[in-house]
Write a protein that binds this ligand. Structure first.
Ligand code: ATP
Length: 228
């Protein structure tokens, strides 16, 4: 079902061929965690929810694969936090942006008219919106490119990355790394937002007690054990 969604997205001009390759890489890592949310990912998903709820200007960054796979979850999460949605494409064309905006019809999405730049990235890849990613304090990225994740961290943003590969540059650079499939991760983050949203103390405790480096190490231990 997931593959079919991506193939449809590709035929519709939403997903690029590079997105299909990235998905294949993700599937490999999903096998290594048994295609389920492992306890350490669950922990990171709770932390992700806490950061999103505490943020002043949280933004969910959307690309072709995530629009094709989890559009409805993105909208639901943006409402519950509440957070802005910004289309942020690695292979940016006006036509693709337009098609993705159309997919989100009825929902406010940024990205159509970028008016700012993420420093350190070449022209197209650095485009973003002043009121969105540029001024965000917490940004949720999924299947993100390592250079862009690092550029966002360099801008002193809290970067929450959903990435099945715990060794990718994005996973290694992010402030909070969720090693899980976007199809499961977003639902879990939404669930945690529902639980945490009226509990300031638990939000603060959740953030305070989290060690991202330690959490990634736990993921790698889990995978090694499974392989063993
Ligand atoms: P980096 O630049 O961060 O080192 P990369 O070059 O592999 O990594 P991309 O191809 O831009 O990065 O991003 C794809 C990443 O997303 C891969 O790490 C892949 O494992 C992951 N990925 C692919 N599909 C999914 C999915 N459905 N859910 C979560 N992660 C996924």
């Amino acid at each position: 079902m997931i593959r079919e969604k991506l193939v449809k997205g590709f035929k519709d001009g939403i997903v690029v061929p590079e997105g299909l390759i990235a998905h294949g890489r993700g599937e490999t890592f999903d096998y290594l965690i048994d295609e389920k949310t492992i306890p350490v990912a669950e922990k990171a998903e709770k932390v992700a929810a806490a950061y999103l709820l505490k943020a002043k200007n949280p933004v969910i960054s959307v690309n072709g694969n995530t629009a094709a796979l989890v559009k409805n979850d993105i909208v639901e999460l943006s409402k519950i936090v509440p957070a802005k949605i910004e289309i942020n494409l690695f292979h940016r064309t006006d036509e693709r942006i337009k098609k993705i905006v159309e997919m989100f019809k009825g929902v406010d999405v940024l990205g159509g008219r970028p008016d700012a730049r993420i420093p350190g990235l070449e022209h197209h890849r650095g485009l973003c919106c002043k009121s969105g990613i540029f001024s965000s304090d917490v940004v949720l990225v999924m299947l993100e490119d390592g250079d862009r994740a690092k550029a966002l961290v360099d801008m002193k943003k809290t970067v929450i990355a959903v990435d099945l590969n715990p060794l990718s540059r994005t996973a290694q650079t992010a402030s909070i790394t969720v090693v899980d499939n976007v199809t499961r991760a977003l639902k879990n983050i939404i669930k945690n937002c529902e639980i945490l949203r009226n509990n300031r103390t638990e939000i603060d405790e959740t953030i305070k007690n989290f060690d991202n480096r330690g959490n990634i190490d736990e993921v790698l231990k889990y995978i090694s054990k499974r392989l063993g």
